[in-house]
Design a protein around this ligand. Structure first.
Ligand SMILES: C[S@@+](CC[C@H](N)C(=O)[O-])C[C@H]1O[C@@H](n2cnc3c(N)ncnc32)[C@H](O)[C@@H]1O
Length: 264
């Protein structure tokens, strides 16, 4: 079980990670013909960024994640939004065979994996999932933009340098968001037997305040490395001083990529 997203990190994730634009949810609905009697699995559902908007469009969503704190916050968000058809299941990619057993004769319309496939054994997962879909159903591997410190902007480069200095590590991991990652996932879907594999990209501009930037950073630091609550003001000040002087809003071009494959 991963504890990287536990405790305060989960809280920052729920509060500061952006959700997905409606165009992305529309694209999923169109690609797999999602309808009111469908069941969807959101694997690595986190605090429900995909599961919650999808739940409004189908009969039920199974949100599955190995991190109890993320699931608890997903459940709280569902309750706040009056969503009663999403269930929150503690489990990882290796537990998908148990979902298959639970469903019996029933098929999934879609499995969606948002910003999480890089934690999973994707070849094995795709192989297990192939027979679990209804006709026209399949998998969507979604990436919600480039990590804050890997973007093509002056502030992002300064952020990367200051985080690398602070943590004493190279921050190269793209968490499955680079075009090469997307190609690799598409090829793996094809190799597992998925058809009509395609990658669609939705782009939009956004701007973060300094607090949103810090919240996004805290949501991405493994729980064991997150500065303690008393150290956070000094850490935030260190980040602020490392960014371009006087900059108080941080522009992003957000690229949402959806790699999809149909089961037949
Ligand atoms: C970056 S968050 C993504 C959350 C959400 N899907 C989104 O799109 O914002 C990654 C999630 O993957 C979960 N995770 C980590 N390892 C996993 C695994 N082996 N199987 C399933 N989920 C996993 C983490 O607990 C975390 O909630």
């Amino acid at each position: 079980m991963t504890r990287g997203f536990s405790g305060d990190v989960a809280g920052y994730y729920a509060k500061y990670r952006r959700g997905y634009p409606p165009e992305a949810i529309d694209a999923l609905q169109t690609a797999f013909g999602l309808h009111a009697d469908d069941v969807v699995l959101d694997l690595g559902c986190g605090t429900g960024q995909l599961a919650l908007p999808l739940a409004r469009r189908v009969r039920a969503v199974i949100g599955m994640d190995p991190e109890p704190d993320m699931l608890r916050l997903a459940g709280e968000a569902a309750a706040r939004q009056g969503i009663g058809n999403a269930m929150w299941v503690l489990g990882a990619d290796s537990d998908v065979p148990a979902v298959k057993a639970l469903l019996g004769q029933r098929s999934l319309a879609m499995t969606v994996i948002g910003n999480a496939l890089h934690w999973m054994q994707h070849d094995e997962l795709f192989r297990v999932l192939v027979p679990m879909f209804r006709s026209g159903g399949g998998i969507a591997v979604v990436a919600n933009g480039t990590p804050l410190w890997l973007q093509e902007s002056t502030w992002s480069r300064a952020l990367r340098a200051c985080l690398e200095r602070h943590f004493g590590t190279n921050l190269e991991a793209s968490c499955g968001t680079r075009p090469q990652d997307r190609d690799r996932y598409g090829q793996a879907l094809g190799a597992a037997g998925f058809e009509r594999v395609q990658d669609i990209v939705i782009e939009y501009g956004d701007e973060l305040s300094f607090d949103q930037l810090m919240g996004g950073i805290y949501s991405a630091i493994p729980a064991g490395k997150l500065p303690g609550p008393r150290d956070r003001p000094a850490f935030a000040e260190y980040v602020r001083r490392s960014l371009p002087v006087g900059q108080s809003s941080f522009a992003e071009l957000v690229k949402v990529s959806v790699v999809m494959g149909r089961a037949g």
